[in-house]
Design a protein around this ligand. Sequence first.
Ligand code: HEM
Length: 457
Amino acid sequence: MTVESVQPETSAAPAELREPPLAGGAVPVFGHGLQLVRDPLDFMSSLRAHGDIVRLRLGPKTVYAVTTPELTGALALSPDFKIDGPVWESLVGLLGEEGVATANGPRHRRQRRTIQPAFRMDAIPNYGSIMEEEAHALTERWRPGEVIDCTSESFRVAVRMAARCLLRGEFMDERAERLSTDLATVFRGMYRRMVVPLGPLYKLPFPANREFNRALADLHLLVDEIVAERRASGQKPDDLLTALLEAKDDNGDLIGEQEIHDQVVAIITPGAETIASTIMWLLQALAEHPEHAQKVRAEVESVTGGQPVGFEHVRSLRHTNNVILEAIRLRPAVWILTRRATADTALGDYRIPAGADIIYSPYAIQRDARSYDRHLDFDPDRWLPDRAKDVPKYAMSPFSVGNRKCPSDHFSMAQLSLITAAISAKYRFEPAEESDSAIRVGITLRPNNLRLRPRPW
Ligand code: HEM
């Protein structure tokens, strides 16, 4: 897979451009901030009715929200916007300043060149056997009828798959557990810091702040352990970590320790959180829609002839793939993205001033009635080719487009297909009494506390 080339958009701002309208409902002092905090998903979904781009007041700050598929695509493809703004400022605290997810400009381009080979389409089959092992091991951990905690199970398999494939290390359960506990705490704290930016208050020794700092420190320690172990082993398997340890900067010197560290954090962290959240939504979709669970099972059986599903079957699992796409459409793990304008510029017919913060929501875009018939229905068949062609461009870009596009789209879809196929071949799912599948909004979206009982078919 290659990084998509970035086509220049209009960067001069001609006089006839308009200022985006102010979205309705702003109140004194807080502006739209309270609505965004109270009900971010509904609020973001309501904005298109106010305009293609609207201004929001968040306290003293003005933020621009882009609401149409076409303009979110133009935004992601334009060189006049860089990765920055509220979400990314809070991510820098976690991912560091030197990793691919937070870098901009030449450093970002160089880093993408280093990591890209590990995610290329032709590299994915190398991960096949690890993905198979992990997917089947997941189903073997579960006992028929016993409640599974979908949050920890999803995190565990997501962390293990990413780390075993990309860092080729022995990734013990204890580390997967630590990583997922740390990430949960850190992501919760970061989201709080993003929506309630109380600056210095987060430095005070309150229990929540101490817990956040402890989890963040442990996450970094864990990554240092992984890098140190690889160095000590003297081994150089063909993986992402070797590519990072051998990567050179623009002067031809090996990149520094901090950059290696930040790169590992910047790749494993989004990898674990997004895949784990998506697995949780998939489990919930299978429990809520037994007819599709049954259809997936029948497809897997017909493709594998009743043998354990393997990597070589993934391409043929059409309905399974459509179930995954539909789960991602309705519950995209990455539900909000931000950019910052680097110059006075234009987006559509609107004037965007240099330094403006822009936000948009893949959740709102992917559930919009203007783009999808029966937009809130779970309907995997909408991804059959003769129906999918009617979906407007950029109305389904859960991995984004342009130079910041997720490098891991093929890697992610392969993992998700194998997991969905392996669990559906063996089990159907019923919600346990204590299950709470309400959406928990954080940096990513996931169910509050999904607990299911696997039942053999
Ligand atoms: C369902 C799974 C996933 C979804 C929905 C997803 C979504 C995204 C999106 C939307 C972006 C672009 C952010 C932006 O435009 O500002 C992104 C970037 C990124 N993702 Fe993913 N992702 C997924 C899985 C993964 C995995 C498994 C990994 C790594 C193992 C990963 C690594 C990254 C990295 C490193 C970036 C930053 C790229 C850059 O800035 O150049 N993602 N992801």
